[in-house]
Unconditional design. Structure first.
Length: 130
């Protein structure tokens, strides 16, 4: 399999590990922008429509970004949830808790090579689904 596809699959895994925080931050930002936009609706200024349109465009862009992040998270999360428990732990230790492969292998009582095999299994499933 070509290196670019493998990197893309690895990036999906890395993004999965930090997606919950990213999704929360995006939702907070969208709410802040909406709140600012609501303030403009109540005041009288000359170019209010232009300002409101700019805010609406920003909100729409952020919402599209949020949708994409949720889609990618759900895709990877479904794949990980289909794994055996010890395999889930391997992926979580690496991509959520940022443990080294050596530390993971020691915790899980498996070889580092087996850790890589599990990672590759997940990446292959991701690449099949995207």
């Amino acid at each position: 399999m070509d290196k670019e596809k493998r990197k893309k699959g690895e990036n999906y895994l890395k993004n999965w590990g930090k997606s919950i925080l990213d999704i929360e931050n995006l939702q907070i930002e969208i709410n802040r922008i909406k709140k600012n936009n609501d303030v403009f609706a109540t005041i009288q200024i000359e170019n209010k429509d232009e300002i409101v349109n700019v805010y609406n465009n920003i909100i729409n862009e952020k919402l599209l970004n949020l949708k994409q992040k949720i889609y990618e998270y759900k895709l990877v999360d479904d794949i990980i949830n289909s794994l055996e428990d010890y395999q889930k732990d391997i992926i979580r230790f690496r991509y959520i808790y940022k443990n080294s492969w050596q530390a993971i292998a020691l915790k899980a009582h498996i070889s580092v090579r087996q850790c890589f095999n599990i990672k590759n299994l997940v990446i292959n499933k991701i690449l099949k689904d995207i």
